[in-house]
Design a protein around this ligand. Sequence first.
Ligand SMILES: NC(=O)c1ccc[n+]([C@@H]2O[C@H](COP(=O)([O-])OP(=O)(O)OC[C@H]3O[C@@H](n4cnc5c(N)ncnc54)[C@H](O)[C@@H]3O)[C@@H](O)[C@H]2O)c1
Ligand SMILES: O=P(O)(O)OC[C@H](O)CO
Length: 333
Amino acid sequence: MTKVAVFGAGSWGTAFSRVLADAGNEVTIWARREEVCASINEQHENREYFPGIELPDTVRATTDPGEAAWEAEFVVLSVPSQKLRENLTTWTGVLPPDAVFVSLMKGVELGSTKRMSEVIAEVTGAGPERISVVSGPNLAREIALREPAASVVACADEDVAHRVQQLCHTQAFRPYRSTDVLGCELGGAYKNVIALCVGMAVGLGFGDNTTASLITRGLAETARLAQRLGADPMTLMGLAGLGDLVATCSSPLSRNRTFGEKLGQGMTTEEIIASTRQVAEGAKSCASIYDLAAKHGVDAPVAEHVDRVVRGEISARDMMYAFIARDTKHEKD
Ligand SMILES: NC(=O)c1ccc[n+]([C@@H]2O[C@H](COP(=O)([O-])OP(=O)(O)OC[C@H]3O[C@@H](n4cnc5c(N)ncnc54)[C@H](O)[C@@H]3O)[C@@H](O)[C@H]2O)c1
Ligand SMILES: O=P(O)(O)OC[C@H](O)CO
């Protein structure tokens, strides 16, 4: 059995652990909280995130990072993007030197505007052949329930992508392979911002014309930045781009869309954050993605305006009409 460490016992870390166990691996989850750890070890379920969904015996949990990482061939990372750097820095001493990192995170770091694979490389010194990402239309609850879904495993080294693909291929989870780490990560982070925007439209009571327009122009914006940074534009037409965008913008399970809906209904960012424990990555990544786009001279009206609504500078309604009022242009621009 291959030993896999999963750092993060939230929704996606837990659901993906079930995928890994279903694929025949031995999984040790690092959980921050003792009670989450105990429920996984004693009740074989993560009571906080997925009560009633049984985890196989091959999934264990610990609050000790060294125990989680012990002899792991793969280290899966699934903490909030803005918390990765500080956590990973404290774990570096216990991580096996040859382990392959698998990032499940969909965000861009505030301040540095780095993608998660870049943060992993910087903190651990791992080369691109040891850093992979998994990204696609994968709402954690549906994956935990073993509903069929596909995803993308990306690594600069295709052989490593192939190994990670084998690691998580099950009867219900079908990973495709890619070498476009940048495109996959940007697709995953940007769709959260677009889902916030779509959620706002839903919260305001607008219909399908509005949401379809936002999804389509949001994808154009994502592809524009991705291409400028060197990604393959076709990645954005695939599971890590369009696929994830459709799932996240359509699903009431999405924390980002739900966050946006609440903003559209008039709640403030502070009120929404206080009402949930779960992370809506887009609420932070709208600022870092906008910074990244600005740094590279790329027009990013969705990221820019979503950021302004999240900060409380403009209302969601004003944002919607500001999009429409912009100067006319060619669709391809
Ligand atoms: N939930 C999904 O459907 C889903 C699917 C695909 C990708 N993702 C991505 O996976 C990543 C993790 O998301 P999630 O859904 O598991 O989030 P979550 O909020 O459900 O769980 C986050 C986990 O990180 C822990 N955590 C919170 N703050 C922390 C800190 N300061 N230090 C260490 N740990 C901390 C929490 O205790 C929890 O175990 C995000 O980047 C998200 O975009 C989520
Ligand atoms: O719940 P969200 O909005 O973080 O989205 C979850 C996943 O990223 C969907 O693929």
